[in-house]
Design a protein around this ligand. Structure first.
Ligand code: SF4
Length: 469
């Protein structure tokens, strides 16, 4: 998707007054939730610094920590798989399903499976993936991508949920949330009971003990990880902490930043398949460790900070841009500031470089980020790389248009030549006052105060001062 498509999406979103009002309300609740939990600013800053240090240390020595994780998981009976690309990760899931003659799969919410488009892949291979988180379930019925990383159906009204249920499940139309929830529960229970495989994401994998931890509020992740005979957990390689003692703070900062809860309703720790003679739990547990561009990010010390992300969504909830345009306008798995930062790095500036423009650089995101990622600095860096042919992010230099190149070459020539600079300044002093309300400058002057060009340059003024005039 190019800039033009993104601009069209933004215009469409901005014209949707109802959505903007709804977002204002819901995002306000998220923000108030977080604010009511982190009331002591000194304590909050101390906790942020602590979790930032924990994640910085892990990311700094990621290969070692991942090796330890693999070793401990294997010792626990968890089968560890490495996937370099999304396609590879999906193929691993399919192979595991085929090995148990499985066709049906229940999933708990996982952004990393959205990132690799796992559902599409499985459907193409005659498997039936079923989302079980209520929000994900709703958007799966509506055939939509998530709107927000922690609230995927944030944009859907209860009337639209009622319609989606009637159209897809054949239930009698209602917009009563209690009845709708009961319908979803009834429908999903049967899916849990009969599924061959359960898939979950991972919030933190603990290297020291080989433990997979997943937080949730609905209990569906626990069902996915315990009812089917096979549990597959999929995670990006950055979602790891070194020690079990790191986990309480990591969870507190994740959940508090996301929803303002002290702790989520359910908190799962999986350390292996059921032991012999144990009547419950999966017979096989698999952990898929996904790279998908993360190693490239890891190579650069500044960009590497992106890998500290906990995927809490607080930056999205505080973003003035997201609040106005919503998640679908970005046309990317991760929207808002986290997406602006991570999508061009994962998929290349040629594919998602346009997202770097969707930031006011106001810094609200980095102020609330629990792991203190300097998001605006990284976005600025991506903007530079988007037009710079010497960058390290894949697809760098692709966003420079012919007009931009011409304008900046002209600018460089003028600024490095005294005579040209003086001539251009004089020209602008006369013509700049009637800066046109047409052409490429129109968009600028439409929404901003027109700059006034000085009649005299600074050198002239200094000369006059020296001459005592
Ligand atoms: S960048 Fe920070 S605030 Fe945003 S999702 Fe990641 S951890 Fe949360």
């Amino acid at each position: 998707m190019g800039n033009d498509h993104f601009t069209a999406n933004v215009k469409k979103a901005l014209s949707n007054k109802a959505q903007r009002g709804h977002l204002e309300f819901v995002m306000g609740n998220f923000r108030r939730g977080r604010a009511s939990l982190f009331t002591d600013s000194d304590k909050t800053e101390a906790m942020r610094e602590c979790i930032r240090d924990i994640k910085q240390r892990v990311v700094g020595r990621l290969p070692d920590v991942l090796e330890r994780l693999e070793k401990e998981c294997t010792a626990n009976g968890v089968q560890v798989h490495w996937a370099e690309t999304g396609e590879e990760a999906s193929a691993i899931v399919l192979k595991i399903m085929q090995s148990v003659n499985g066709r049906t799969l229940v999933k708990s919410k996982s952004m990393v499976t959205e990132e690799i488009h796992l559902n599409d892949y499985l459907e193409k291979h005659d498997c039936v993936p079923m989302e079980t988180d209520l929000g994900e379930f709703i958007i799966q019925l509506r055939k939509e991508p998530p709107f927000h990383i922690i609230a995927p159906a944030l944009h859907v009204t209860k009337e639209q949920v009622g319609e989606a249920f009637t159209d897809n499940l054949g239930t009698e139309y209602t917009s009563d949330p209690d009845i709708l929830q009961a319908e979803a529960r009834k429908y999903l229970r049967e899916r849990f009971r009969t599924a061959d495989v359960g898939v979950t994401g991972v919030n933190f994998a603990v290297a020291e003990t080989g433990t997979i931890s997943v937080v949730e509020n609905e209990g569906n992740a626990r069902m996915c990880a315990s009812v089917p005979k096979v549990h597959i957990a999929i995670t990006g390689i950055e979602k790891v902490v070194e020690r079990m003692v790191d986990l309480p703070l990591a969870l507190r900062m994740l959940v508090g930043s996301a929803t303002g809860q002290r702790i989520s309703t359910y908190f799962n720790m999986v350390s292996g398949p059921r032991s012999e003679g144990h009547p419950e739990g999966p017979e096989q547990v698999h952990l898929v460790l996904l790279d998908n561009g993360r190693s490239n990010i890891h190579k650069d010390p500044e960009l590497r900070q992106s890998l500290q992300c906990l995927r809490c969504g607080a930056c999205i909830n505080h973003c003035p841009i997201f609040k106005r345009i919503g998640g679908h306008a970005y046309d990317a798995t991760y929207p808002g500031p986290i997406g602006t930062m991570i999508m061009p790095q994962l998929n290349g500036l040629d594919k998602h470089g346009y997202m770097a423009a969707a930031s006011s650089l106001c810094g609200a995101c980095s102020e609330v980020c629990p792991v203190m990622i300097p998001i605006p600095d990284i976005v600025r860096r991506l903007r530079v790389e988007g037009v710079d042919k010497a960058g390290v992010v894949q697809g760098h230099g692709t966003n420079r248009t012919f007009n931009e190149t011409a304008a900046w070459s002209f600018w460089a020539k003028v600024m490095t030549s005294g005579g040209l600079r003086s001539m251009t300044r004089k020209t602008f002093a006369h013509t700049g006052q009637v800066m046109p309300a047409w052409g490429p400058l129109k968009a600028w002057t439409d929404s901003r105060v027109r700059p006034e060009f000085a009649s005299k340059g600074m050198l002239d003024l200094l000369k006059e001062e020296d001459n005592g005039k």
